[in-house]
Design a protein around this ligand. Structure first.
Ligand code: SF4
Ligand code: SF4
Length: 68
């Protein structure tokens, strides 16, 4: 099964990955504020990830890793 990992401390909360995920896997973890002052993106529906890596390609800060 594919899995997506986001480095929460380095996410700037821009939402590009959330927007581009075709499976709506990603969202924001509103429970967390990182040291940059943002709620980071996270996998809110990880079981739906198909490993396409669109999120990783689009992230301007390269903080997403996809394993498949
Ligand atoms: S790898 Fe594809 S399906 Fe999985 S979270 Fe990223 S964009 Fe979504
Ligand atoms: S695209 Fe990158 S920086 Fe932007 S919300 Fe997603 S993980 Fe965070």
């Amino acid at each position: 099964m594919a899995s997506v990992t986001i480095l929460a401390e380095r996410c700037k909360g821009c939402g590009i990955c959330v927007e581009f995920c075709p499976k709506k896997v990603l969202g924001f973890d509103k429970e967390i504020i990182n040291s940059k002052g943002y709620s980071p993106a996270t996998a809110i529906q990880p079981a739906l990830c198909v490993g396409c890596a669109a999120c990783a390609r689009m992230c301007p800060d390269c903080v997403i890793t996809v394993d498949r």
